[in-house]
Design a protein around this ligand. Sequence first.
Ligand code: FUL
Length: 467
Amino acid sequence: MAALLAAACTAKAPAPYGPCPTPAQVEWQQMETNFFVHFGPNTFSGKEWGDGTEPEDMFNPTEMDCRQWAQVARDAGFKGIILTAKHHDGFCLWPNPVSKHTVRESAWKGGEGDVLRDLSEACAEYGLKLGVYISPWDRFDPHYGTPEYNQVFEQTLQSALGSYGPVFEQWFDGACGEGPNGKRQEYDWPLYYKTVFDLQPDAIVFSDIGPGCRWVGNERGVAGRTSWSTYETSSFVPGVDSPTREAKNEGIRGGSLWVPSESDVSIRPGWFWRESENDKVKSLQELLGIYYTSVGRNSLLLLNVPPDSRGRIHEADSARLVEWKAALDRIFAVNLAEGGNITADSRRGKAFAESALLDEDYHRYWAVPDDVLTPSFTLTLPKERTFNRIVLQEYIPLGQRVAAFEVEVLGADGQWQQVASESTIGYKRILLIPTVTTSAVRVHITEADACPVLNRIALYMDSIYQP
Ligand code: FUL
């Protein structure tokens, strides 16, 4: 008996299962919400896709203020900012030495300005990470459509990624259209990736197929209810072909790679600012819904908030973000699971006890023996509590494991009543259930690919969002 107990106390941590995130991918996932900034000649022309013929002088913000962007982003809880340093029109927001279509050729600050420098400084000041969107599709560069363009693009990446400090994410959009000479480019992806990783080894590279994170398959901020971070990219090439929309949206169970989804969506109808959309900023209800369908479904929210032609985030957008942050703070202010007690029907050993589900230490988790795939636990509350949101988290450094689970609450009649039956959990799952008043919650894992490893359950009452 004593020997058995000792063995239980010293049980080893579960081995990682399947592909697992790199430490940089775990950090990235923990950012949860990032700020996307579409800015450039389109901000002044009202177009979504400039064609490269826009005169450089068109870019001339009158009250340019990257610190204001950073402040708005930080105050709304975002952890990083990704800037369209070069969109499809080819215009560079930094003085790219291999381009003649940049801020240097514009009237702004007499050609001395550099948005990437200003933003990198503002991000450092406000404690935000900096990311860059650099479009391979270029409708200005005369080399586009010829092999030389790949060298030009390599040097473009070098100058943007090598001169402004750490870059946490490199965003490669999927678009690959025709250049000024009517030709399409054959992109040299291995060269591009090598250039990024040589300069920024920890950068998360976004594309339809990753490798750092993947497009979620829509621009509405909606990840699948089933949402695996595992994925399969086989011989797909970004911009040419990619897994199905369903696979992008839901990931691939059993996939051999860890490529979590990122949900990019704009706060306005368009990606770029235009006057006519100042009254079309998404409502608080829409933005809360987006939070739940992205962050709440094992995805990362990349919310686009485009600065206006002054070079400032417009009041309509910043006011909405203040409301959004206040609403999220109120919804998640009080964890109603606090003071509760958890008992599980299985446990790997003392070091992996179910009490870890209630503490705030990310690296403490509940684990069960390797051969237990369908464990359950019951959370007993100190008294009846009323709530309608249940947060569950898997400890993803060891992989994503849970494929199906059910949640029940104890009814006043003493009967358990099912309130959710879902598939994946992942880094974070927020369940929207009808408001219940109960003294106990039971979670059954009903299907898993390896012994489940969970690090959190939390309960909240949301009186603001109406699904
Ligand atoms: C797409 C682009 O074509 C859009 O203009 C926008 O930048 C969006 C985020 O990515 O690929």
